[in-house]
Design a protein around this ligand. Structure first.
Ligand SMILES: *[C@@H]1O[C@H](CO)[C@@H](O)[C@H](O)[C@H]1NC(C)=O
Length: 126
């Protein structure tokens, strides 16, 4: 299988609209260590640091409080990050990855949240 250079694989680009939710699935190589090690989802900042938003250790950031979860599925070597109530502030560059630090094996995911198109709204509700 071709993982495009990284052994972790997920969607490169995810787009949604404000108020909606997304489910992002990341795949990891099938090893016992991988099945049990920490899984994380972090946001890349301008400094190059990736700030953890949620992890399989039970960490949940303030930004995601009440609207996100991360579920590991060792039976099929995947983990899923669910995020609800999206806003445009959620637009950005993220990584899903494996390891005790955020410099482990990871995959870059770009998330784009757009406004509900007003024109479409007007057409529907006239
Ligand atoms: C992995 O397994 C879980 C639980 O059985 C299932 O809900 C999910 O759809 C599976 N994911 C893939 C990519 O097959």
């Amino acid at each position: 299988q071709d993982y495009g250079g990284s052994p972790i694989f997920g969607p490169q680009e995810v787009s949604s609209i404000e108020g909606d939710s997304v489910s992002i699935t990341c795949y990891y190589p099938d090893t016992s260590v991988n099945r049990h090690t920490r899984k994380y989802w972090c946001r890349q900042g301008a400094s190059g640091m990736c700030t953890t938003l949620i992890s399989s250790n039970g960490y949940l950031s303030k930004e995601y409080s009440g609207r996100a979860n991360l579920i590991n599925f060792p039976e099929n070597n995947t983990f899923v990050i669910n995020i609800e109530q999206l806003t445009q502030d959620d637009t950005g560059s993220y990584k899903c990855g494996l390891g005790t630090s955020n410099r482990g094996l990871s995959f870059d995911v770009s998330l784009e949240v757009s406004q509900v198109p007003e024109l479409a709204e007007n057409l529907y509700f006239q």
